[in-house]
Design a protein around this ligand. Structure first.
Ligand code: PLP
Length: 362
């Protein structure tokens, strides 16, 4: 099987050595040994610091989609109103997911190369639709954009506090995510992006209000959040906990906190700016040009007219570089460079851009 020394797919990213070491250890059984509970509690406390929240954080076995589905199923009943703000693949996808659960969904949609700007439109939509839940994606990984969210928290409070559901899978630990200040009730994160851990663990920071709704809805299922309300108190998890996965996430959060949140965010910003500037100097055209906020964790680039995506993908791999394609309407038209977690590294990014320059110069 091929391996690539310059791995720039926007998740899963390269796992740093200190995190890899965790998988080589032998642990006991997570549902029996108090050490696991201590580890889980310490990991939760670290996530609370990274997410700037007092809310409890449920740490589940499974990758990001588990958190997205589990939080929707745990807090919606058929007929509930959901206002989905959609600016990309995941935003529109979450609207479809809520619809599939029988919710009445209204979408405030924008093209994939835009991010939220018109707060008046959203204000009016909340007023007119009176949703039980508002859904939004912080970083749209397939298009490299970042929705500003602070204002949404203010609007939410103004309109009787519907639940605010935020997919921050590809922004957590790469750029500030302020759960309490932004009034986020269900904050969804995953292990495989800026936390640089294999795709194995997801987490949901749940507000008091969201726990109330979760209790009312009473959803039972493999992805249910409700058991996590009492799992620590009773030391009774809904399935055998994935000790190695939680240990890896714990190490990942320690690495972030040891470096310092501000330093981590500055490193992401620096690499993102360097990436976008040099791509343009080479002659590549970035995907979201003017009407969007670019994400500090991922950059989307137009596939240049002289090459197809398949050829570009083959040629980068020949040079040891692997980048991400895109999905939906952007498939074949856009490719992506991740600069999240272990990828937010100037040397690694320089090597990736050197390859892309060679391909551009033909
Ligand atoms: N949400 C966003 C914004 C993502 O980018 C992804 C994965 O790329 C997911 C959710 C789903 O995460 P996972 O692939 O870990 O299930």
């Amino acid at each position: 099987m091929e391996t690539y020394p310059i791995p720039m797919v926007p998740g899963p990213v390269r796992v740093p050595e200190e995190i890899r070491q965790v998988y080589l250890k032998d642990y006991g059984s997570g549902d029996l040994e108090p050490e696991f509970l201590e580890l889980y509690n310490r990991t939760e406390a670290n996530l609370q610091k990274i997410l700037k929240t007092q809310n409890r954080v449920a740490i589940m076995t499974g990758e990001g989609m588990l958190a997205l589905w589990g939080a929707l199923k745990s807090s919606l009943k058929p007929g509930d109103r959901v206002l989905s703000i959609a600016t990309g693949v995941f935003g529109y996808g979450i609207a479809d997911m809520a619809r599939s659960l029988g919710a009445q969904v209204k979408t405030v949609g924008l093209p994939y190369d835009e991010t939220i700007r018109d707060w008046e439109e959203i204000d009016q939509a909340i007023l007119a639709f009176q949703p039980k839940m508002i859904t939004v994606v912080h970083c749209e990984t397939p298009s490299g954009t970042l929705n500003p969210l602070e204002e949404l928290g203010r609007l939410k409070k103004k309109h009787g506090a519907p639940l605010l559901y935020v997919d921050a899978v590809s922004s957590v630990a790469g750029t500030p995510v302020e759960v309490d200040a932004w009034g986020i009730d269900l904050l969804l994160g995953g292990s495989q992006k800026a936390l640089s851990t294999p795709p194995s663990i997801s987490f949901v920071a749940v507000s008091e209000r969201a726990w109330e709704v979760i209790r009312e809805v009473g959803y039972i299922g493999y992805d249910a959040l409700q058991p996590f309300l009492t799992a620590q108190r009773d030391f009774y998890f809904p399935y055998t906990p994935y000790w190695h996965g939680v240990a890896a996430l714990h190490t990942a959060t320690e690495l972030v906190l040891r470096e310092g949140l501000e330093a981590v965010f500055a490193r992401h910003d620096q690499v993102a700016r360097f990436c976008r500037q040099r791509l343009q100097e080479i002659g590549y055209e970035l995907f979201p040009v003017t009407r969007a906020v670019s994400s500090p964790t991922v950059t989307a680039v137009k596939v240049p007219p002289f090459i197809t995506w398949d050829t570009l993908d083959r040629r980068t791999r020949q040079h040891g570089l692997v980048v991400g394609g895109s999905y939906g309407p952007l498939a074949g038209k856009v490719f992506r460079l991740g600069h999240m977690g272990s990828q937010a590294d100037m040397d690694l990014m320089t090597r990736a851009l050197d390859v892309l320059e060679k391909i551009f110069r033909r």
